[in-house]
Design a protein around this ligand. Sequence first.
Ligand SMILES: [Zn+2]
Ligand SMILES: [Zn+2]
Length: 295
Amino acid sequence: MPSSASAAAKNAAPPLPEPLRVPVADSHTHLDMQSGTVEEALAKAASVGVTTVVQVGCDVKGSRWAAETAATHDAVHATVALHPNEAPRIVLGDPDGWSRQGARHPGGDAALDEALAEIDRLAALPHVKGVGETGLDYFRTGPEGKEAQERSFRAHIEIAKRHGKALVIHDRDAHADVLRVLAEEGAPERTVFHCYSGDAEMAEVCARAGYFMSFAGNMTFKNAQPLRDALAVAPLELVLVETDAPFLTPAPYRGRPNAPYLVPVTVRAMAAVRGIDEDTLAASISANTGRAFDY
Ligand SMILES: [Zn+2]
Ligand SMILES: [Zn+2]
């Protein structure tokens, strides 16, 4: 095969998995970063038993879009937030252009307050079921952005509690500080660690606090034994599944575009880790996601 053809195959959408017999929700996805229309993504997902998705906002524009999409699609619930890498970008500007919206001029603390006020307004809407993804990311944000990131995280916790919405946590290389800030502020009644990335010991801490742990496609990766160990000890009633699509495509499709229709691949890998059948796990995940986001 010519190299261009094999490169195309590597970028192609993975095939449809066998449908789940018990429908589940993708607890965390970014439809606005995936190719195709929302209707196509939802139909494809529903055809394999993924009948509900939680559309997650990462900035003001994306949060507005999530709220609108949830208002016009029964299968979609929204969460709204400034991503932990977005908050410092608003305050300090974006020299590296990580944002899909490109570089920005620094706006300072006032710009962050203005953006948070819009998130607060959106969080009140009935189709918005959560506030997030928020939290701490020490992988992409350096020490210069730490203060803005933590201030934004604390503000999101307060917004979630005031509106009685779920809190969706993004925690990258920041476990101890995320747990500390949650304890200091007092976590909302329903808190979800999206793309759970801690080990078994942290899973026990989350279990004691009643935090939901949402597992993504990276739990299938060869080097992810600590994640599988965490899943093995997490209380079943706190376990969710997500794609975080278009990122984190499960094995054996790692590196190809992810989408909600690939949830069954991860559910099957999770069932194997738990040593339970996929229907039992799917039924539990389905109930847990409804409880987490109160829908
Ligand atoms: Zn995230
Ligand atoms: Zn995400």
